[in-house]
Design a binder for this molecule. Structure first.
Ligand code: CP3
Length: 353
């Protein structure tokens, strides 16, 4: 049996089911959490959100971060908290200005368009500028007590690079892929720096009390298998190895959206858990990787259906999982107009005998 580590000891928590499942042990009650679980579908989240005109200012307020991080634990019954923050908080310390515009998503005022700017980007440890995140972790840990573990996270280096180069959300990632295919050495400089910054950032999150680490490389699925293998995989591997070297017992979850074709590569990353989106047949993935723990993967739109219909979907998912350790979740973030009752129906259905 694997031993648990200092900050992620199962014995520390009243509910350690996430740590158990992530480390391959089958808990009595399988764990469930929801991507974007602290979000607009909760009235109490909207109340706190309305105190801040700017999303980044909200992220920079540790007291409010702790408050909304704990809300879904209290109100929905999930088995883990995930720190309320964003993958793009790394951009300002790297010199890129990011703003979240209503209905438009993130907008970067000075996207990377010049190789010399990429060459001059900082690399390594930027933690001194991210103190508000670590204070948020400390306050959240206090507020959670020993109830459930806290998940820390960062974006995968490809996904963060996509925002830096595209300047915001993008349909094709054409600018980033143009860079990869025309000047791979410049792309490698960029993703190498991101990997170093991200590794230091995630290690500090674990040091400050994050019990589980998630890397969200949401847009990796935009790449074909070979280019992913050659230009991205080594960097994500290095991030995971850095966390594991210092925090061997902190489980690492890797998530990508729309990337079933990359599963053979993800399986070599050294992550404890692989997050799947709903396009993957979970039973097929479990059969193909008999020793791998997965996370997912209900289509978030299932939560528009009735609680009875949600329960039936969860039952089918459980039948596919069988007796394996599994981390139940949606295949991507919960949508803002989902009823909290339906989110609870999902969580309760996972917990049902
Ligand atoms: O899961 C949680 O509850 C923790 C909070 C969290 C947020 N973003 C809060 C957020 C997490 C884990 C993220 C990760 C994130 N951010 C990802 C990876 C996961 C995924 O969804 O694929 C990505 C790609 C981003 C980038 C990002 N941030 C986008 C594209 C947007 C705009 C889209 C949207 O949902 O509005 C954001 C903004 C954002 N991040 C919001 C929240 C609650 C909404 C901002 C607002 O309130 O105005």
């Amino acid at each position: 049996m694997k031993q648990s580590g200092a900050s992620a000891s199962s014995a520390t928590f009243l509910n350690s089911s996430l740590l158990d499942a992530a480390q391959g042990r089958v808990p009595a009650r399988q764990p469930v959490w929801i991507m974007r679980q602290a979000g607009r579908y909760l009235a109490d989240y909207r109340r706190v959100r309305s105190l801040f005109p700017s999303f980044m200012d909200f992220c920079r307020s540790p007291e409010h971060v702790a408050e909304v991080t704990v809300q879904p634990v209290d109100q929905v019954g999930v088995d883990a908290a995930i720190l309320f923050s964003d993958i793009l908080v790394l951009l300002p310390p790297m010199g890129l200005q990011v703003d979240f515009k209503e209905g438009k998503g993130p907008v970067i005022a000075n996207p990377l368009r010049d190789d010399a700017v990429i060459a001059a980007l900082p690399e390594g440890n930027l933690n001194s500028e991210l103190g508000y995140v670590f204070e948020g972790i400390r306050l959240t840990k206090k507020a959670l007590g020993n109830r459930v573990p806290l998940i820390g996270f960062a974006g995968g280096p490809f996904t963060v690079a996509s925002y830096m180069v595209e300047g915001g959300s993008s349909k094709e990632l054409a600018k980033l892929k143009a860079l990869m295919f025309s000047r791979p050495e410049v792309f490698t400089t960029l993703i190498g720096k991101l990997a170093s910054v991200t590794a230091a950032y995630l290690c500090e999150q674990a040091r400050q009390g994050a019990d589980v680490i998630t890397i969200m490389d949401s847009w990796a699925g935009y790449l074909g298998p070979n280019v992913y293998r050659d230009l991205v995989l080594p960097h994500t591997k290095r991030i995971i190895a850095a966390v594991k070297a210092e925090f061997p017992h902190v489980p690492v979850v890797h998530y990508a959206n729309g990337a079933p074709h990359l599963l053979p590569h993800f399986a070599t990353l050294g992550a404890d858990v692989l997050g799947l989106d709903w396009r993957v047949n979970l039973g097929d993935a479990l059969r193909a990787y008999p020793k791998q723990v997965f996370q997912g993967n209900l289509d978030p739109c299932n939560l528009y259906a009735s609680p009875d219909q949600i329960r039936a979907k969860v039952k089918a998912l459980k039948a596919e999982v069988g007796g394996r350790a599994h981390v139940y979740n949606l295949g991507h973030g919960i949508l803002p107009d989902i009823s909290p009752d339906h989110a609870r129906a999902f969580v309760d259905a996972v917990h049902e005998e």
